[in-house]
Design a protein around this ligand. Sequence first.
Ligand SMILES: [Zn+2]
Ligand SMILES: [Zn+2]
Length: 794
Amino acid sequence: MTDWGPMKPRPDPPTAALDRLTGISGRQDRLTHTEHIPSRPARYADWPAGLRPEVLAAIAASGIEQPWTHQAEAAKLAISGRNVVIATGTASGKSLAYLAPVLSALLEGTEAKNGRGATGLYLAPTKALAADQLRRLGELRTVAEQAGPEASRLTRVRAAVYDGDTPFEEREWVRQYAAYVLTNPDMLHRAILPGHARWATFLRSLRYVVIDECHTYRGVFGSHVAQVLRRLRRLCARYGADPVFLLASATVADPGHSAERLTGLPVAEVTDDGSPRGETVFALWEPPLTELAGEHGAPVRRSATAEAADLLTDLVLDDTRTVVFVRSRRGAELISVIAQERLAEAAGHAMARRVAAYRGGYLPEERRALERALHSGRLLGLASTSALELGVDVAGLDAVLLAGYPGTRASLWQQAGRAGREGTGALAVLIARDDPLDTYLVHHPESLFRQPVESTVLDPDNPHVLAPHLCAAAAELPLTAPGDLELFGPSAPILLPQLERRGMLRRRGGTTWFWTRRERAADLVDIRGEGGTPVRVVEADTGRLLGTVDAGSAHTTVHTGAVHLHQGRTYLVRELDLEDSVALVAEADPPYSTVARDTTHIAVLGTDRQVAWGEAGLHYGSVEVTNQVVSFLKRRLLTGEILGETKLDLPPRTLRTRAVWWTVTEEQLEDAGFLPEELPGAAHAAEHASIGLLPLFATCDRWDIGGVSVPLHPDTGLPTVFVYDGHPGGAGFAERAFERAQEWLSATLQAIAACECERGCPSCIQSPKCGNGNDPLDKQGAIRLLSLLLAGAR
Ligand SMILES: [Zn+2]
Ligand SMILES: [Zn+2]
């Protein structure tokens, strides 16, 4: 719909660009794999019956003669009243597929004689994305206006953003008159649902709920959003509405199932992508080992950041329009600064100015200007955090560099999908970071190219998530059995009596629960947070509140002396005051990052599931993790060198969560010739590498999970390795690990065995978040231990 206009075609195919990158001396060995993904022609269908002629006229005027097959199919399902999730590639026109039926319904509403016509609700994970949708809608309206009287009737549909930035004087207007309201789950949770009486006419007329980028609702956040959506459905039902849910997702495995867990409703899936694609050459790239020594003298690989800056320089010199995706804003800035310096040397300052960094938090106009600069070719290179995925339109590039695996195959394809236009090829390069997962991936292309993308993991039944939503729901309208209990899932009947005992809810008449407390029930939970009093991050000199950090991670991320990144800026923590839950910080630019060291103990509370792998055992259940942050290390930027350790004085914290753990027996170890002193290093190394590889099997981040390895655990009586969910009550990651344990642990074994280092390095068994300073670690021991474990797994 807002596809960029004509671009000048690339001078040559993507293979030529790659050949030039590898042609530079000393680089031949860094290319570990080249995947050719063939082009795919477009497939078209007719729009289904039931769409308004004004909408079709406006779409035609915007230059789209005929929809692609998946757009037509999704629109048809939506018109027939089916909930539907569209999970197709980047730039495959998902917005249009749901906008066509939604705008048709809303347009009918504008002709309603009395009362309010049909309404629609659009949910995006970020404010920027909702604002972007409104802009796209505005563009369609402008096209419609110019296209003649029929299409111009589309402008009668009133759309508005309703979020934290909406001025209070406008909010009333939006509630009363907007037909299409664009917002986010936070606003739904904190404002719209608790204030539903004021939204009564809007909710009564609600025909469609659009959930954009629904794959971002995963883990704990996704579980919260799932409960917010149940609260929305409950209120709609009370007002007599039964909206159809339309979801748009990146390509993920089993999108229908994920959408069903998210909405609690049956959802049809549309996955057969009819949009065209140019040829893509996808290269896997491993930076070389350097002369530098890291922890315990381990070899250090050249950083993905430094390598990406070099490749960006070469591509820009080649007139190839390129975006680099990198995790942190700092990384984005480093890449752009290095590339600018190299370009200035090679081709002068004018060339250097054609590369920029994208910093989060830009105003919409600034983002549009950036898009235009890239489009016109004035800007040839951009280094960006993945924040750009949400909010800036950069489809149709010549090349995409990924500085590090973005965490999931879904994001990988989403980022790589920014390259390529119809009729022209594209180059994508994944540059491995120095960690076990990235290293594994660039040596196992089949795990990227021959595997379906992962499905979205969420667990709405987590009692830690559900409890506050039951309170919020009761505050919105008293909860009644049995209907409401069914809606909120199997944990609800167990939780209600507990909430009653804690004085949170009051039961009357046996089957109705009320919220009678003074405070706002919706304030009980921050749906993006973890529970517990969040720690406020305050600028020491100005007293300005920068933001908050979850109680659960404060000790690790904002301890005294920590380097803390907030919205891309770097701060040094002067003091963490636990009593007042405040961290005092000052903006700084130290040449190092910090990593906390901790001690962790784990107790088994109960085992839910287990399987025997011969003598060895695999278990899943509830645990209590006690963690104490004891010191922190300073690590030099870019090179990763360790600069020193500082002690901290912080109290222990406990976390009740879910874990997967495996055990082997003393006999097994003896038979395999293990010496007792070898076990701690072997188990610890296996634990690290397995945490590194788990994101390949569950859509988690390495930082979402933790691990403990114990040569003799008091609860199991055996050598045991635990991997636990880092969130209270668990987020589904440990459960997924249990279900896919054989594949997961086999990949772990392969990753360690294949690493070219001698005694362990960050690419295999060292962990950047190790609380024990990566000591002890035994690479060969880990290989033997995992082989032993997996021998019985059949
Ligand atoms: Zn290694
Ligand atoms: Zn460790």
